[in-house]
Design a binder for this molecule. Structure first.
Ligand code: ATP
Ligand code: MG
Length: 345
């Protein structure tokens, strides 16, 4: 019933509230560092909201995708634990939401083989997000895993029959490929997979303190778990301009606008109202207000995270349960795939 990429629309909200059981959500993150405000307003807030609405939510820890653009996965154990704690602190409830790891679900990964046969190499090479991410990793050659990771994502989404995928804007090309793979599989072998929709958050592309996409790997992110002083320091370093009057003009003043937007999102205000409040105070006043807004918004999450982190077995238990459920779903789907492909001997 929805277009390919849907923003939070009134129609969708009504359908979710009326029939949450018709929706299944799959989304995930690479365990490459602390979750930041871009994650929160891009996708995490939506995950929590859907969970509260009674939708079946699955959250993937994409550990195999860590090595798309680096040689070794450095201290994966710590990165995974930190990532899951960030998610629980933000409001994901392991009683209701399934949190699991790529590496623990073999049947999911096996879907890559038939899926890879459904796409061409030039098609993969045209993916704009993969291109941008490869450029961001400097001059190392693109790995085969990097080239094919959008296909892996199709397996992530389709193994559990998800129909709604809360993501940031960078993920839209991958969603499109997932839909293509589902369609081609149906044409070739029969109907096993539906075509999912992307759900964009309140900030589908939040910029970091340097005015480019806020990302873990770029040193421009405000981590959800950062302390208040670190937050203040990061905001102080943010790029602005020399105009005294603060306005919200994303086209003309992208750096200032992204800081205004961040403050407004944290306060639950419109960016125009947040900018008006600062008025002629200039960059210093903007940064002071932003620091306060971020710290205030994140204070309860940070306190909760400290409590959760004190329980050493918590993340292991959450993942064990999540992995078990994901394996059940993946094995059932792989069985249907093998039937459709005539692989029963
Ligand atoms: P990395 O630099 O390691 O790739 P990342 O910050 O891009 O890290 P991912 O784990 O790749 O984070 O992305 C997880 C999810 O968060 C995706 O759905 C992505 O679209 C979303 N996301 C990441 N950064 C932003 C951002 N700046 N604005 C909005 N959404 C974002
Ligand atoms: Mg990324």
């Amino acid at each position: 019933p929805f277009s390919r990429a849907v923003a939070r629309s009134a129609e969708l909200e009504v359908q979710i509230a009326a029939t949450p059981e018709r929706f299944r959500v799959l989304t995930g993150d690479r365990p490459t560092g602390p979750l930041h405000l871009g994650h929160y307003f891009g996708t995490l807030a939506n995950r929590v909201r859907l969970q509260q609405a009674g939708v079946d939510v699955l959250v993937l820890v994409a550990d195999y995708q860590v090595i798309t653009d680096r040689d070794v996965a450095e201290d994966l154990q710590r990165a995974v634990t930190g990532l899951v704690l960030d998610q629980l602190a933000a409001g994901l409830d392991p009683e209701r939401t399934t949190i699991f790891c790529h590496s623990a679900v073999p049947a999911l990964n096996q879907l890559l083989l038939p899926f890879l046969s459904l796409v061409s190499v030039p098609e993969l090479q045209r993916n704009p997000t993969v291109k941008a991410e490869t450029e961001a990793t400097g001059d190392r050659a693109m790995s085969g895993l990097m080239l094919t990771y959008p296909v892996h994502q199709a397996a992530d989404i389709l193994f559990c029959g998800a129909n709604l995928v809360p993501v940031g804007r960078d993920q839209l090309p991958h969603l499109e490929l997932t839909r293509t793979i589902a369609r081609r599989f149906t044409q070739r072998y029969g109907p096993v997979f539906g075509e999912p929709d992307a759900l964009l958050g309140d900030a589908p592309l939040l910029l970091g303190t340097d005015g480019t996409k806020m990302a873990k790997s770029r040193g421009n992110a405000i981590a959800l778990r950062a302390d208040e002083d670190t937050t203040a320091r990061l905001v102080r370093r943010a790029v602005t301009d020399t105009e005294r009057t603060i306005t919200y003009e994303p086209g003309r003043r992208p750096e200032v606008a992204s800081l205004v937007l961040l403050g407004a999102l944290c306060r639950g205000q419109s960016p125009e109202a947040f900018a008006d409040e600062i008025g002629a105070g200039g960059a210093a006043a903007l940064k002071a207000a932003l620091t306060e807004a971020v710290n205030e918004r994140l204070r309860p999450m940070r306190a909760r995270r400290a409590e959760l982190a004190a329980d050493p077995g918590l993340v292991r238990d959450v993942l064990r349960r999540g992995d078990e459920r994901a394996n059940g779903l993946a094995e059932a789907t792989l069985g249907r795939v093998r039937d459709a492909m005539g692989m029963r001997y």
